[in-house]
Ligand binder design. Structure first.
Ligand SMILES: *Cc1c(COP(=O)(O)O)cnc(C)c1O
Length: 403
């Protein structure tokens, strides 16, 4: 029986030109044998073997539900293809993909170097768990790579990047950082949280990264309806990540994998819409006297704009901005409370990447390198509601009082 990799290879051979990601996802990931456009095979736990030899020699593709099912295999195969990775592992959340990789790669005496503007729960993990394991951590300033170079040590085993960074979207020159790391110590690994981009905007492994992490919860799901993560790795990392994935009993349901594989086929189109709508909302914000600095990589004045043009070119729906108010004497928290509570179409909620527009307050208090700001910073995710309605909502809330 053909496996998904055989099917992928066959489809690539049938078409006499290199296919783009979107085409591969639609042409090579339908039901292999059933004929249905959507492959939907609910796995389970037990696999029946045809005889005792097959049961004991590990020769069959499937052995037990937590190891692989047709649905997890298909989703992993599609993600590996998009990521240019040798293998992909699924985790129960994006955060678990991050923590699993740290647990697998770091041991007593190691040092890890992390961008300061990372996904906050990872910082808490580092502060709580890593000291117990005898691993030391340093955070470098993503706006100044000099701090990165001076903090790099001979025992630095892992460098963890995020670009654009969480909430304030600092851009890293990933290619240059990877080159530098490998020149200092070829045995040091580079991991990257690529949730902002998804592999449809940026492919970390093609830029020198060893391990690419994705919160599929965000854009890949696109619905705010699922929590799943992925870890795409280069050949050298397969044994260790596979071992820890299996030792920790990490498992993802087949239903979620089927939904995510279907959703993957429309990510490119959804990202395009997020991009266009976000540019329009940025133009609206620029005109408001109550908006200070806008954090958006597409603005030519934004630090890192050139890297964004070179490596990303797309926005993903997220922007942040500084709320300022000269007219009323409000404290920063009164100001942000009023703005958030006046929104009627934007929802107040964590996360991003779905159809729903969301607003939240950005908290930078645990960062070492805090943004210089004259007011509270608000993050928006621009979803798929009508742009006139979203603009009305923002203008209305920005004009403040009430309360
Ligand atoms: C949301 C997020 C995660 C975590 O994903 P979950 O699936 O919610 O655990 C990791 N990294 C970044 C950058 C995120 O925004």
């Amino acid at each position: 029986m053909d496996t998904r990799n055989d099917e992928l290879a066959k489809v690539k051979n049938q078409v006499y030109k290199p296919m783009s990601d979107a085409t591969i996802l639609i042409k090579a990931f339908n039901g292999i044998h059933s004929g249905f456009v959507s492959s939907a095979d609910l796995g389970g736990s037990t696999v029946l073997f045809r005889n005792s030899t097959e049961m004991t020699n590990g020769s069959s593709e499937f052995t037990y539900g937590t190891h692989a099912t047709t649905s997890t295999r298909d989703l992993c195969c599609a993600l590996s293809e998009l990521e240019s990775a040798s293998a992909t592992f699924l985790t129960s959340s994006g955060l678990q993909a991050l923590t699993l990789s740290f647990l697998a790669l770091l041991t007593r005496g190691d040092h890890v170097l992390i961008s300061d503007s990372i996904y906050e729960p990872l910082r808490s993990f580092c502060k709580t768990i890593l000291p117990k394991l005898g691993v030391t951590v340093n955070f470098f300033n993503p706006k100044n790579l000099f701090t990165f170079k001076t903090l790099f040590r001979s025992c630095t085993k892992l460098v963890h990047l995020e670009s654009p960074c969480s909430n304030t979207f600092e851009l890293l020159d990933v290619r240059a950082i990877c080159k530098y790391v490998k020149s200092r110590n070829p045995k040091c690994f580079v991991s990257m949280d690529n949730s902002w981009s998804t592999p449809l905007i940026f492919k970390p492994l093609r830029n020198g990264v060893d391990l690419s992490i994705n919160a599929l919860t965000k854009h890949i799901s696109g619905s705010s309806g699922y929590v799943v993560g992925s870890l795409a790795v280069s050949e050298a990392l397969i044994p260790i990540i596979s071992l820890y994935h299996s030792l920790l009993g990490v498992s993802v349901s087949d239903e979620q994998c089927i939904v995510l594989l279907n959703a993957l086929r429309s990510v490119r189109q959804r990202l395009k819409t997020h991009h266009e709508s976000t540019l329009k909302i940025v133009n609206l914000l620029k005109c408001s006297p109550n908006v200070g600095k806008i954090y958006c990589p597409a603005l030519p004045s934004f630090k890192g704009h050139k890297i964004w043009l070179r490596d990303y070119e797309n926005l993903n729906g997220q922007i942040s901005f500084e709320l300022i108010n000269n007219k009323y004497s409000l404290s920063p928290s009164e100001l942000s409370d009023r703005f958030l509570n006046r929104l009627q179409i934007f929802g107040l909620g964590w996360s991003w990447g779905g159809f729903k527009s969301l607003a939240s307050l950005v908290d930078c208090t645990s960062r070492l390198y805090k943004p210089l700001t004259s007011g509270p910073i608000v993050r928006l995710h621009i979803g798929f509601e009508d742009l006139n309605d979203l603009s009305w909502d923002l203008n209305n809330a920005l004009n403040l009082p009430e309360c």
